[in-house]
Every structure is written in C-alpha cells, then in structure tokens.
Design a protein around this ligand. Structure first.
Ligand SMILES: CC(C)(COP(=O)(O)OP(=O)(O)OC[C@H]1O[C@@H](n2cnc3c(N)ncnc32)[C@H](O)[C@@H]1OP(=O)(O)O)[C@@H](O)C(=O)NCCC(=O)NCCS
Length: 180
C-alpha cells in the first residue's frame, strides 16, 4: 500500500482506536490469524493463514479503498498503533446500507473491546455514509458475537439456512441488523 493511502482515525476508547489498514500490518495479520479459532468463527478468513494471504488481503483492501476514495475496512489498534483486530464494511451503498464484519486477536477477547469498537464504527458509518441499515451475519454457534451485536442494538431478523458454503460444508447463518 502506498503512502497515498487515505488516512482515517476513529476514536473508540483509551485502549483502542480504528484506522486505515497499512502494508506494515502484515506481520500482525499473520500472527493473529494463525490462530484457527478466528477462521472457525468467521466466513472468509483462510486457515492456515500465510504471509501471502496477508499480502493478498492488504492489496485487496488497497483496491477497495481506491474505489471508494476512503477506507471502508479498518485496523483495530492499541495505543502503540499495533493491529490487534480488524473491522470492515462490505457491500457499502452510501445513503442506504452496508454489512459489517470484525474479529479481534484472541488474547484480547472478553474485555468488552469489540462492544465499544462496534458502537464507534456504526456511529461513524451512519454519519459518514448516511446509512439507514447495517447488517451482520453470524454463525449460530458464535454466542460472543451475537451478544456484541445485541449489546449494540442489532436485532435478529432470521435464520438463513445453508447460507454460507465453507469448504465443503453448507452452514446456517443468523442475520442481524441495526436500523436506528
Ligand atoms: C466475537 C468477538 C469479536 C467478541 O469480542 P470481545 O471483545 O471479546 O467481545 P466483548 O468482550 O465486547 O463482549 C463479548 C460478550 O459475549 C459474551 N460471551 C462470550 N462468550 C460467550 C458464550 N460462549 N456464550 C454467551 N455469551 C458469551 C461475553 O460475556 C460478553 O457479554 P457481556 O458483556 O454481556 O458479559 C471475538 O470473540 C472474536 O474476534 N471472535 C472470533 C471472530 C468472530 O467471531 N468475529 C465475528 C464474526 S460474526
């Protein structure tokens, strides 16, 4: 990613903030996503996760950023700017809706971080892009993520049977949406 990457900072709390994804985040992506639990709970992250996966992802994000003219996928960073997770918007239609997705590195789970991150990111997205709806898809067994969504006012809209194909398996997904 070049130095021309549009910058963005979204404040969350004293422990974390969001900013654009940078080429220098490669090592952190590989380190955190080498834990198979993140892949287990998410839809599209490969496992095992290699350096080349991280390079491909960073290039992909740079392309999307260029298309939109601003970041739509973010690093979750600690106060030292170290990437400890990520959150992004897919299918963004300004003036209408987007889908949100996120993960946090395992050592940081269970401290209320994602609840705060999601709140800040949704507030930002509603204001910045004039959204009226943000959706999230969650595996039914992912209780922590459902709780994070519910704590942020997302409502369960339905069970989507065999919605997702992961490897050779067809998996159900729960659809949540925040419509303020
Ligand atoms: C889901 C994830 C982002 C949550 O991040 P986090 O910072 O640990 O979340 P928080 O601490 O803000 O909140 C977690 C909530 O889930 C609850 N929880 C955790 N495990 C749970 C379980 N097995 N059953 C029920 N509730 C559970 C916690 O108690 C907490 O709720 P509370 O505040 O009411 O006590 C993190 O676990 C993660 O990255 N998981 C892997 C990737 C992933 O699942 N991404 C989302 C895909 S949809």
């Amino acid at each position: 990613m070049s130095d021309n990457t549009p910058r963005r900072r979204i404040d969350v709390n004293s422990r974390v903030h969001l900013s654009e994804i940078r080429a220098s985040d490669k090592a952190a992506f590989v380190r955190h996503l080498s834990d198979g639990d993140i892949c287990h709970y998410t839809f599209r992250i490969p496992f095992p996760y290699s350096e080349s996966d991280a390079e491909q992802w960073i290039r992909f994000v740079a392309g999307i950023t260029e298309d939109y003219g601003e970041p739509t996928k973010f690093a979750i960073r600690d106060p030292d700017e170290y990437l400890i997770g990520s959150l992004g918007f897919d299918g963004l239609t300004k003036g209408h809706s987007a889908e949100i997705g996120y993960w946090l590195a395992k050592p940081y789970w269970g401290h209320g971080l994602m609840t705060d991150v999601l709140r800040a990111a949704c507030t930002f997205a509603f204001d910045q892009w004039n959204l009226v709806r943000i959706t999230a898809y969650v595996f039914p067994f992912n209780k922590a993520s459902q709780r994070v969504l519910e704590k942020n006012g997302f409502q369960f809209e339905g069970l989507l049977r065999k919605h997702h194909k992961k490897g050779k398996e067809f998996l159900d997904a729960k659809l949540y949406a925040l419509v303020p």
